[in-house]
Design a protein around this ligand. Structure first.
Ligand code: FES
Ligand code: FES
Length: 173
């Protein structure tokens, strides 16, 4: 057992890790089972349930968050791996913006891209990363950049439209 591991209190022999990191600009420390994914730690230890659990194997993008500014599938990252790292979730993206929504989130709503909504937090995080990487994307760039994010409601055209609208508005600033 390393110095950062502790025994869970119920005596079942499982070990836990203490993790200190930044989440949405706040310093946090939590204890989680050693095999806990970042996705589950966000939801169960930190109660940030905007990050969705779906496939849990890196196929759907519903769990997308930023780690050090890079979009990742949080179901493929162990909580222990984010020690000292900077995490941003969908809850953090709109902080400081009117109604708690940044311009991209507002565009998703205005474009009618939100149907059941389950995939949307991951879609928005992936789209934000796309726009930060490519401020002037073509429709093909958007489709390619968003190919890891699945929508069971098949709202893809409106999602693409929301991202394109945001890119155009940002270009005019
Ligand atoms: S839940 Fe992580 S990619 Fe599907
Ligand atoms: S809006 Fe329902 S899964 Fe995408």
């Amino acid at each position: 057992m390393t110095t950062s591991e502790v025994q869970l209190g119920d005596g079942d022999g499982d070990s836990a890790v203490l993790v200190s990191c930044s989440v949405n600009g706040n310093s946090v420390e939590f204890r989680a089972p050693v095999h806990r994914t970042l996705m589950d730690a966000l939801r169960y230890e930190l109660h940030l349930t905007g990050t969705k659990t779906c496939c849990a194997e890196g196929e759907c993008g519903a769990c997308t968050v930023f780690v050090n500014g890079v979009a990742v599938n949080s179901c493929l990252v162990l909580a222990a791996e984010i020690e000292g790292q900077d995490v941003v979730t969908i809850e953090g993206l709109g902080e400081g913006h009117p109604a708690g929504l940044n311009d991209l989130q507002a565009s998703f709503l205005e474009a009618g891209a939100v149907q059941c909504g389950f995939c949307i937090p991951g879609q928005v995080m992936a789209a934000e990363f796309l726009l930060r990487s490519n401020a002037n994307p073509s429709v093909e760039d958007i489709r390619d950049g968003m190919s890891g994010n699945l929508c069971r409601c098949a709202g893809y055209e409106r999602i693409v439209a929301a991202i394109m609208t945001t890119a155009r508005k940002r270009a005019r600033r």
